[in-house]
Design a protein. Structure first.
Length: 162
């Protein structure tokens, strides 16, 4: 019986050891599950918030698409109406003389605006050339006129002295 008691005590000790270890394992597992649950809950909340944002954006885009579809439909109807409307004849037949009269003033103004800078450039160049030419003539003729003037004064002085 002693062996039996020893065996029972041994089994009882092993059971006590296992029973003491199980609650610790269960508590550790429970803490791990709680942490995982909290992480998953936070992730789920985040995903639900993102989903709400996406649903809101989708609703906005659907409304915008409906507005665009309505606008396209209106434009299509307007284009169809415009294309189906017969072309109305002009109020009066085409008269080239009237068109020429209408355009003549505009054409003259355009030509004047186009030619004016060229004419001003030519005028400036011509003025410069004339001033240069006048200076050359003055420098060439003036000394001769001065000599002629002296001679004439000399002759005049001699004539009046006699």
């Amino acid at each position: 019986m002693n062996d039996l008691d020893t065996t029972i005590d041994k089994i009882h000790g092993q059971l006590d050891c296992q029973l003491a270890k199980w609650p610790a394992d269960i508590i550790a597992e429970n803490n791990r599950i709680d942490a995982e649950w909290e992480t998953l809950t936070k992730e789920q909340d985040y995903q639900e918030a993102e989903l709400q944002k996406l649903v809101g954006r989708l609703e906005e885009l659907q409304k915008e698409r409906e507005r665009d579809d309505d606008a396209i439909e209106n434009l299509s109807a307007a284009l169809t109406s415009y294309l189906n409307k017969p072309i109305s004849p002009p109020d009066s037949p085409f008269n080239p003389d009237e068109t020429f009269i209408d355009l003549e003033g505009q054409i003259k103004d355009i030509i004047r605006q186009t030619i004016r800078p060229h004419i001003e450039d030519i005028r400036s160049e011509l003025t410069e050339e004339l001033l240069k030419h006048d200076a050359d003539i003055y420098n060439t003729v003036w000394p001769k006129l001065t000599i002629t003037d002296r001679v004439m004064r000399g002759i005049s002085g001699i004539s009046s002295a006699t």
